[in-house]
Design a protein around this ligand. Structure first.
Ligand code: G16
Length: 547
C-alpha cells in the first residue's frame, strides 16, 4: 500500500480550509448548500472519489458539480458509481465524515482502514459541472483533491447530470458484452436519437414541442440534441440564457412548474393552446410536461402522468411481443405520487412505494424485469434487467406483429438512459408513446384525473427534528404531530397529507391532496401551519397562504 502524501494534503487543506461551525451532510443528492461555502467539501470529495475508484479496482467514478433545481446561489456535488448509479449508501457516511473532519488526515486514515482500500491501486474519475457561476472555482477545488491521490481524471466540462452518468457507465462497460455506448457526448446523442428515429419511423409528423430549458445546462444539451434529431422532432427552445446572473431556475424550469402548477411567465405568449410544452430543471434530470386547454387553462403532466403513460405502453408492447409470461413490468413511486396515478397504475402493474430519492427508486426498480420509476417531480427512468435485455436479444417471435413489438422494445432499451433519470431521454420517450398512440397532451391527460394536490415548503429551526417511517408516509418525530395531521386529513374528502424533511434544501416539505382543489390547498396550508407552530419556523419565511 502506498502511503498518503500527508505534506500535500496538509498544504492543500490549508488552501481549502473547512469553514467553522458548519456541518455538511451528504443527503438525497450529495452535498448541497450555498455555493460559496463548499470549497473544502469539493476538495475533500475529490480525494474521496479517488479512494472510491481505488476501492473498485480503478473503475471510473463520476463527480457531478450541480445543485440541480435549487436556486442559482446554491451548488453541490455528488459521486456516481461505476454503472452510472448513485454512490453506495455506506460511502455516504464516509463522504459526510471527511467533509466535517477537523483533522482530515486522520479521517482519511480511518476511511482507508475501515473500507480496506489499497492505495497502490489505480484511480480514475470523470467530472462535470452545470452552468452555475460558482462552478469553475468549485471544480478547481475538486481538481486539487484529485491531485492528492494522483487520480487519472477526465474533465467532461459543462454538461447535464444524466450525460455525466451516461459517460461513467459507457467508460466502465467499454469493450464488454454490456457496452453502453461511445463514451462521448456525441455517442450519447447518437445512441438516443438513432433509437428515437427508428421508433417514430412511419408515424405522422408531430407539431413543434416547446422546451423550457430553465436557463440551465439543459439549454446547451437541447441545442445539440436538436441537431441530431433533425426533422424527426421539431423543437423550440425557450429559457436558454445561461449567462445572465440570477435567471437559472428562476420562475421557470421543472421545479417551478411542479410546485406552482403554473406556466412559467416567460412562456405566456409562446405556448399555443393544445401545443405540447415541457420544462427541464437546472441540470436536466427532471421533466414536466404541460399544455393549455381550449380555455387557455394550464394543465400539468408530471412524473406520475409520465409513469402511467410509459408503464402502460411498455406493458402493452411486452404483451404484443408475446412475452407477458416471461417479462414482468413493475412500477415504483414515492409518497408524492398522486393517489389517482397509483390507482391507475395498480390496476395494470405491480406498484411499490419507497422513500424520496432516485437511489431508493432505482434500487426498487431493479427488482422488476422492467422497472418503471418516476417521482412526481419528474425525475425517473425505466430499467431493463440484464436478463431481460438478453431475453429480448435472443427471443424468436412467431408473428410479424410480435417482431415489430420486439424491435420497439429493443429500441426503447437504447433510447432510455438507464443509468439515471434524464429529462431529454425521457422527453423523447414520451414523444415516442404519444406518436404511437397518436395522442395530444389532452388525450394523454384524460387517461386519469389527478386528485388536486399542493406541495408547500416550511422553513423551520431544525429540519432534522422531523423523522419519518413507512416510506416517509408517517412522521415519528416530533411526537404527536402525525396524529394531528391525520386528524386534519380526515376532515377532507379523499384527504391525504404527509410531512418530511427535504434532503436537498433546508426546509420541511408538506404534501396534501383531496378530492376538491380548495380543500387540497386548505389541507396543505393547515398542515404547514401545524408544522410551523410545532417546530418554530422562521417568521420571515412563513408561507403567505397561512399567515
Ligand atoms: C433530488 C433527488 C430526487 C428528489 C429531489 C428532491 O433531485 O435526486 O430524487 O426527489 O432531490 O428531494 P428532497 O425533497 O429530499 O429535497 P434533484 O433534481 O434536485 O437532483
Amino acid at each position: 500500500m502506498s502511503p498518503l502524501s500527508t505534506d500535500t494534503i496538509q498544504a492543500l487543506s490549508h488552501v481549502h480550509a473547512k469553514p467553522d461551525n458548519i456541518r455538511f451532510q451528504y443527503g438525497t443528492a450529495g452535498f448541497r448548500t450555498l455555493g460559496n461555502i463548499l470549497d473544502s467539501v469539493l476538495f475533500r470529495t475529490g480525494i474521496l472519489a479517488g479512494l472510491r475508484s481505488k476501492k473498485l479496482d480503478g473503475q471510473t467514478i463520476g463527480v457531478m458539480v450541480t445543485a440541480s433545481h435549487n436556486p442559482e446561489a446554491d451548488n453541490g456535488v455528488k459521486l456516481v458509481d461505476p454503472y452510472g448509479e448513485m454512490l453506495e449508501a455506506s460511502w455516504e457516511i464516509y463522504a459526510t465524515k471527511l467533509a466535517n473532519a477537523p483533522d482530515l488526515i486522520s479521517a482519511l486514515e480511518d476511511v482507508i482502514r475501515d473500507a480496506d482500500i489499497d492505495l497502490s491501486k489505480p484511480s480514475h474519475v470523470v467530472y462535470a459541472r452545470d452552468t452555475r457561476p460558482s462552478g469553475p472555482a468549485l471544480v478547481a477545488a475538486l481538481e486539487d483533491g484529485l491531485k492528492v491521490l494522483n487520480v487519472d481524471a477526465r474533465d467532461a466540462g459543462v454538461t447535464t447530470t444524466p450525460i455525466l452518468h451516461y459517460l461513467v457507465r459507457a467508460i466502465n462497460t467499454k469493450g464488454t458484452k454490456n457496452s453502453y455506448g461511445e463514451d462521448s457526448e456525441q455517442g450519447y446523442f447518437e445512441k438516443m436519437t438513432n433509437a428515437f428515429k427508428k421508433l417514430v419511423a412511419g408515424r405522422p409528423p408531430r407539431d413543434s414541442l416547446l422546451i423550457d430549458c430553465a436557463n440551465g445546462v439543459g439549454a446547451k444539451a437541447a441545442v445539440e440534441l436538436s441537431e441530431y434529431l433533425g426533422d424527426s422532432l421539431p423543437i423550440t427552445l425557450e429559457n436558454t440564457d445561461t449567462t445572465t446572473p440570477g435567471v437559472l431556475n428562476n420562475m421557470c424550469g421543472a421545479d417551478f412548474v411542479k410546485t406552482t402548477q403554473k406556466l412559467p411567465p416567460s412562456l405566456a405568449n409562446k405556448l399555443k393552446p393544445g401545443q405540447r410544452g415541457c420544462s427541464l430543471d437546472g441540470d436536466a434530470d427532471r421533466l414536466m410536461y404541460f399544455y393549455l386547454d381550449e380555455r387557455g387553462q394550464f394543465r400539468m403532466l408530471d412524473g406520475d402522468k409520465i409513469a402511467t403513460l410509459v408503464g402502460s405502453f411498455i406493458g402493452e408492447l411486452v404483451k404484443s411481443a408475446g412475452l407477458e409470461d416471461k417479462i414482468k413490468v413493475g412500477s415504483v413511486q414515492t409518497a408524492y405520487a398522486n393517489g389517482a396515478s397509483t390507482k391507475y397504475l395498480s390496476e395494470r402493474l405491480p406498484v411499490r412505494c419507497v422513500s424520496t430519492g432516485v437511489k431508493h427508486l432505482h434500487h426498487a426498480a431493479e427488482n422488476f424485469d422492467v422497472g418503471v420509476y418516476f417521482e412526481a417531480n419528474g425525475h425517473g427512468t425505466v430499467l431493463f434487467s440484464p436478463a431481460t435485455t438478453d431475453r429480448l436479444r435472443e427471443y424468436q417471435p412467431s408473428t410479424p406483429a410480435q417482431q415489430t413489438a420486439l424491435e420497439h422494445l429493443i429500441n426503447l432499451t437504447l433510447l432510455i438512459n438507464q443509468a439515471v433519470g434524464d429529462a431529454l431521454s425521457d422527453m423523447l420517450l414520451v414523444e415516442v408513446v404519444l406518436a404511437h398512440k397518436n395522442y395530444t397532451g389532452i388525450e394523454w391527460d384524460s387517461l386519469y384525473s389527478d386528485l388536486p394536490n399542493r406541495l408547500v415548503k416550511v422553513v423551520v429551526a431544525d429540519r432534522n427534528a422531523f423523522q419519518t417511517e413507512d416510506a416517509e408516509r408517517r412522521l415519528v418525530r416530533p411526537e404527536g404531530l402525525q396524529a394531528r395531521i391525520e386528524e386534519l386529513a380526515h376532515r377532507y374528502e379523499g384527504g391525504r397529507s404527509f410531512v418530511r424533511p427535504s434532503g436537498t434544501e433546508d426546509v420541511v416539505r408538506v404534501y396534501a391532496e383531496a378530492v376538491i382543489r380548495t380543500q387540497a390547498d386548505e389541507l396543505a396550508f393547515r398542515v404547514a401551519g401545524l408544522v410551523y407552530d410545532t417546530a418554530g419556523g422562521d417568521p420571515a419565511r412563513r408561507p403567505k397562504e397561512f399567515l
